[in-house]
Structures are given as C-alpha cells and as structure tokens.
Write a new protein. Structure first.
Length: 133
C-alpha cells in the first residue's frame, strides 16, 4: 500500500481543522467586538519571509470610552494595502481594547479561507490517491 494517499488525507484533515479553528475564533471575536473608525497612522516596514520588504499598517482608533489606542495589523504586504492617513473600519474587543483588527473581509477571513480550501483540496487528493494507489 502506498502511503501517499493517507499522508494527504492527514495533511488535509489538519489544515481543515486549523481553518475551522480560525473560523470559530474570528466569529467569536466579531460577536463581542465593538466597531470604531480607525486611521492608518504609519506603515511599519519589515523583511518578508522571502527576503523582500513588506509593510504592516499601524492603525489608530478611539474606544467608546474615549481612549486612543493603536495596533499593528497582522497582515503584511508589498505593495502596502493602505496609505498613511487612510480611514479603515476597526473591530476591537471591549474587554481588551488592545485586541483589534481591521474590519475588512480579506483581513478577517484570509487565513480561514486559505487553510479550509487547502484542507479540502488535500482531502480530495488524498481520497483519490488512496482509491487509485
């Protein structure tokens, strides 16, 4: 028996599980999150995983209590996804205002979609390889 099919099935199951975990974590965050208007205060430059320069937006926003907070978005890109001074919607945890995210579908759901789709792809390939080999 060739182990490739079961290996792909295992990888697919793990990726799908990670996708589901991130889905439920993001959904839970959004259920308790408060919306705020944010502004990109700066673009933080760093080295990407492949050696190039990437930019992460640093977003400033005001809580409903009137406190000004900032966070560094978790998604880095080149070219930058935003410009300094650009308005962005923010979602933050009222119990922990430092925990905030840019409230845009791509920023919220990219990791979930990536892992879930890769998991389904590997599960299908694993099932086909297991049946054929």
């Amino acid at each position: 028996m060739n182990p490739i099919g079961p290996i792909f099935l295992g990888i697919g199951a793990l990726e799908l599980a990670i996708g589901l975990f991130t889905f439920f974590r993001t959904r839970s965050f959004l259920e308790r999150a408060v919306s705020a208007a944010g502004v990109v205060a700066e673009l933080r430059e760093s080295r990407g995983s492949e050696g190039g320069t990437v930019f992460q937006p640093v977003v400033s926003y005001q809580t409903i209590e009137g406190e000004t907070r900032q966070f560094v978005d978790s998604v880095a890109s080149n070219p930058p996804g935003f410009q300094v001074g650009e308005s962005v919607p923010v979602a933050y945890d009222r119990a922990d205002p430092g925990r905030a995210k840019i409230r845009k579908p791509f920023r919220l759901w990219f990791v979930t979609g990536l892992f879930a789709s890769m998991g389904v792809l590997f599960l299908i390939l694993g099932a086909v390889l297991t049946a054929v080999l």
